[in-house]
Design a protein around this ligand. Sequence first.
Ligand code: NDP
Length: 274
Amino acid sequence: MTDRYCVFGNPIGHSKSPLIHARFAALTAQALTYEAMLAPLDGFAAAMHAFAAAGGNGANVTVPFKEEAFRLCDRLTPRAQAAGAVNTLVFGSDGILGDNTDGAGLLADLTRNHGLEIAGKRLLLCGAGGAARGCLAPLVAAAPASLTIANIVPEVARELAALAAPNLPAAGGDFADLAGKSFDIMINATSVSLNDGELALPEGVFAPGAFAYDLMYKAGETSFLKQAQRMGAATLVDGLGMLVEQAAEAFALWRGVRPPTAPVLAELRELLGH
Ligand code: NDP
């Protein structure tokens, strides 16, 4: 029987994961199927167990089920444990293993695809939700000079900053706390671009030559990247590369083969018209 994978989400129609994994499978000559699965908002656990019982080998998990998946797994990788969220499941005879490949995907995109040097730079992470939490450990491991986390609810940002604190100078607060500070790299892990909104950033927050990254992607520029450009950021990058790289991490975990990402990213960019 052909190995089976899927992505669970709600909604799920927009997901690019089936396309990405089909291309990875073709490029690495792996025989598998990968489908999009709409799980009811109150029925993720049942859908996941049914897929595993029907012979499913693994799955990805997207909004809004990543935290629930974390709670349902029998075992967690250290990076899933650190993230408090799971985006990759492996179904085995010894139960369900949960992993989180988002942070590794972000780092691969920043450093391999865009050649960004993080070491020694002043880094600002906006947002303190699931994606920010998942990206924190790999960002800290990249040794920035300092890490600042800004969030509407400042307590959550302080909590996240405290997790990083033993390893580097880190501070958390709200967006008003950014007044008078500037940063070399800004990563937007808020969902502000989903609604075409902007962040409450003070003038001068982008240092000369600053690099701005939005985890969100869409056809055309995201609202955060438009704002970053207006406020002086020199380089603007959206999260499509992260999407492809986190998928490659999951594929490598499932199949033991690392797929090439550049041709798949190029195809997706063409599909989205940028
Ligand atoms: P969550 O809902 O867990 O977190 C959302 C965060 O955004 C919270 O910190 C929230 O702050 C903040 N926020 C929401 N609205 C605003 C606003 N108007 N101004 C400032 N902050 C705001 O979402 P995720 O962490 O799962 O996802 C965040 C983004 O990352 C999404 O756009 C998602 O599409 C993208 N993403 C992309 C991936 C990729 O592969 N490219 C992978 C994973 C996520 P508070 O809690 O204080 O309200």
